[in-house]
Design a protein. Structure first.
Ligand code: ATP
Ligand code: MG
Length: 772
């Protein structure tokens, strides 16, 4: 096999073995920051360039859409470098330099677009766009290729309707969210409603099975899938239909999975089917010109609530490793150098994770020098914590010209922790982005316009139809809609089929029939156009013809202006998708939009501070990391405190957080935190205490503790205050009085604090002491 020494020089020996290994199974197991993802990316490049593997036959699974995009970008660069290197250029020697460049750029751009890189969900959605029409479930429910993908709010609406209205059940016993979780878990274990019933034959289980069954029926009626179906249906299809499986098995010769420790059962089954063509007998697996390559770290398994199961990683060799043509072939490689973090950070992380009992010990050596100690800060409450973190990042940026906002991340356990940070970031005009919390696609105007587009592609999508039928208002009231819906339910046909029958509409809706018919006419016209126009043009047409844009323009409020801007942003996103992907169709874009969920963000490329939960931080790295809220009950999360296994998962989360840091790690915690409006006293996280103290540099703003402070100052109520007085506040530190407000009876002070700006404080609360 030919490999370019240059190309592989950026890898160590073990990584190189992983990259050059061609056929058969291979597991790369290693700690955080050891270059697993790098090895996986280089392996794809190596397969294409040196093994001459057709890019279309490579299937690479990443954990987030964002990671998929990053991987594609990296590959773009790698392939560009390599393809323009000497040996590859030879066949084009006769061309001019300019034409060579043009041709090569064309080749690698085309190559990366052909690759199947994405999350389990996005890749499966792509497979289903080809083949879902070949599937029907045990109750003969069917879908066609134009299926919609329902998001959580669509799903919740359907379930609420079934539970509360159709089945008339009590919300407390059959909480829609809990039922949603039960159905999702069933799907992630690969269970159909009938199989669920077999395993849960007690009375409540039977009802849940019925709800699940009805829910599937309604999804099918809408020609829609939920996120879990995206993976479950291909698996069922492959199990039922050998020729479909055979097709995809021969299409994907090389399968690669990143973050394999967070694979769940159904995802594993999918990989297993594609790899082995459904053959049970290991000796009949044919590894010629094909491979399965997975990378992972059991210490970073943090998605058990989505049924992830890291024993799948531990069993990889037992499952795939036998029956190889050559018994000596290695099936596991360990990487032992960490290239990401400085030694102090790494030693802290290693010491923490040693405390877990459920793990396999491994070595992870630092390669980047000792680095600074971990800066640890104890704040009085979450506001002071946020004030500290933000003044610290301002300081860091001002003293280090090479550092920019995008190099900094704040990591926390739960989304709601971001708010105090956001408040100050906004106030100080510091650019920031919330990874995972920025639900662009959840906004009303975006959901409305996406619903229009979904309806054009899939008129059976009643959920989208109901969303837009009277938005903007066009005189189709609730009574009319209810009448139409009732007719569709009684006739067991879709709402759309009722709507396209002019006579029925006229009979049913009387006065508002004109409005309904106009609406149907508009959608039909847009459907016709959708076969000729590109997605962005359809979007423009929809927005104009539906009157949506005009309606917003007429309102002329700040909110409507905002909505118009968001629609502009949606147009930009569609345009970008069209340029970057092989699939300029409206349907392709819609799939992408439905999947741009939790962990993605439209704006993440700019120079902004990143705020995200520890779960979203997986696989990422930042020169400066602030790990905030290290208190018992925050991290570890309160629900895990009495459960040793959950506590271990929380420790893994903390390990993931620490190992995101490249150069500087700050850990903060608060002595008090607001919970539902009242203050709760917190104690420091056991995880912080499990880190060797010699690696930590401790700081606090609590000088002295508030309780003793109160006692010392209880006589100070009579202090006379004047402008220019210097004082110290128990949590904001030193400051100077700039104004004395109010009357003698009730004085308030405007105080300019050293680092925090001006605040108004009531001195009678004993929070301040005069210095001079
Ligand atoms: P995680 O477990 O967090 O996903 P990982 O094992 O996937 O981490 P990578 O993200 O691939 O690690 O690599 C971590 C950092 O180390 C990256 O900045 C990467 O570019 C760098 N790196 C990886 N391998 C090498 C190497 N051989 N030489 C120098 N730097 C490397
Ligand atoms: Mg990685």
């Amino acid at each position: 096999m030919t490999t370019s020494a240059d190309f592989l020089s950026k890898l160590n020996h073990s990584q190189r073995c992983a990259v050059e290994h061609f056929c058969g199974p291979l597991l790369v197991i290693a700690g955080a920051g050891s270059g697993k993802t790098r090895a996986l990316t280089y392996r794809i490049a190596n397969l294409i360039i040196y093994n001459k593997v057709n890019p279309e036959s490579i299937l690479a699974v990443t954990f987030t859409n964002k990671a998929a995009k990053e991987m594609k970008d990296r590959l773009d660069k790698l392939l560009a470098q390599e393809i323009s290197s000497k040996n590859y250029k030879q066949p084009f020697d006769s061309l001019s330099e300019f034409n060579q460049k043009k041709l090569l750029s064309f080749i690698y751009k085309k190559t990366t677009k052909q690759l199947w890189i994405g999350t389990f969900h996005s890749l499966c959605a792509r497979i289903l766009r080809y083949d879902i029409n070949k599937y029907q479930d045990s109750k003969k429910r069917k879908w066609d290729r134009n299926f919609s993908i329902f998001d959580e709010s669509d799903v919740q609406n359907i379930l609420k309707n079934i539970i509360l209205k159709q089945f008339n059940l009590d919300e407390k016993t059959f909480n829609p969210r809990a039922i949603r979780y039960a159905i999702s878990s069933a799907k992630n274990l690969g269970l159909s409603p009938e199989e669920y019933l077999k395993e849960h034959s007690y009375s409540k289980g039977r009802v849940i099975a019925e709800i699940y069954d009805e829910y599937q029926t309604q999804l099918a009626e809408n020609n829609a899938l939920d996120f879990d179906d995206l993976i479950l249906i291909p698996v069922c299809l492959f199990q039922d239909n050998k020729s479909v499986l055979g097709y995809w098995h021969s299409q994907f010769k090389h399968i690669l999975v990143d973050e394999y420790q967070d694979t769940n059962r159904i995802q594993y089954t999918l990989i297993q089917l594609l790899t082995t063509n459904g053959k049970i007998n290991k000796n009949s697996w044919n590894w010629k010109n094909r491979s399965i390559f997975v990378v992972g770290d059991a210490d970073q398994s943090i998605y058990s609530f989505r049924m992830a199961d890291f024993t799948i990683l531990l069993n990889f060799q037992a499952e795939f490793g036998d029956g190889l043509p050559d018994d000596d072939t290695k099936t596991m490689i360990k990487l032992e150098n960490n290239y990401r973090s400085t030694e102090n950070i790494l030693v802290a992380a290693n010491n923490l994770i040693y405390k877990n009992s459920q793990r396999i010990d491994k070595t992870l050596k630092a390669t980047r020098g000792k680095g600074e100690k971990i800066y640890c800060y104890k704040a009085d409450d979450e506001h002071i914590e946020a004030e500290f973190v933000i003044s610290k990042i301002q300081e860091l940026i001002s003293i280090n010209s090479e550092l920019s906002w995008k190099d900094i991340a704040f990591l926390y356990r739960v989304n709601s922790q971001s708010r105090p940070f956001e408040d100050i970031l906004v106030r100080k005009s510091i650019p920031y982005t919330i990874v995972g919390g920025f639900k662009f696609y959840d906004r009303q105007e975006i959901k409305d316009s996406v619903a229009y587009l979904r309806l054009i592609v899939n008129p059976y999508d009643t959920v989208s139809l109901l969303r837009v039928i009277n938005s903007p208002r066009r005189g189709i009231g609730k009574t009319t809609i209810d009448l139409l819906l009732k007719a569709s339910q009684e006739l067991k046909t879709s709402l759309w089929e009722i709507l396209i029958d002019e006579t029925s509409v006229k009979t049913l809706t009387g006065k508002s029939s004109k409005a309904v018919l106009n609406f149907v006419h508009m959608i039909k016209k847009l459907q016709e156009k959708s076969t000729e126009l590109v997605s962005t043009d359809i979007f423009n047409q929809v927005m104009q013809k539906s009157g949506y844009i005009d309606d917003l323009k007429r309102k002329e409020t700040e909110e409507s202006d905002n909505r118009l801007e968001n629609l502009q942003e949606l147009y930009n996103a569609m345009n970008q998708y069209r340029e970057e992907n092989n699939d300029p169709s409206l349907q392709g874009y819609l799939t992408n939009a439905s999947l741009a969920s939790d962990l993605d963000n439209l704006e993440n490329e700019n120079n902004k501070v990143s705020l995200m939960t520890l779960h979203s931080a997986k696989g990422l790295e930042f020169p400066v990391v602030f790990l905030v809220g290290l208190e018992q009950g925050t991290l570890p999360h309160i629900r895990s405190l009495n459960n040793p296994l959950s506590l271990e998962e929380e420790r893994r989360l903390c390990y993931v957080g620490i190992t995101r840091a490249q150069e500087k790690l700050f850990i903060t915690y608060a002595r008090e935190r607001s919970v539902w409006g009242s203050k709760e006293t917190k104690i420091v996280s056991q995880f912080l205490e499990e880190i060797p103290q010699n690696l930590i540099d401790n700081h606090t703003n609590i000088i002295p503790e508030k309780s003793s402070w109160k006692k010392n100052n209880s006589m100070d109520n009579n202090t006379k205050w004047a402008v220019g007085d210097h004082l110290v506040h128990y949590s904001f530190g030193e400051g100077e009085v700039t104004h004395v407000l109010g009357s003698e009876k009730k004085v308030n002070l405007a105080i300019k604090f050293k680092n925090l700006g001006r605040k108004i404080i009531d001195p009678s609360t004993n929070s301040v002491t005069k210095i001079f």
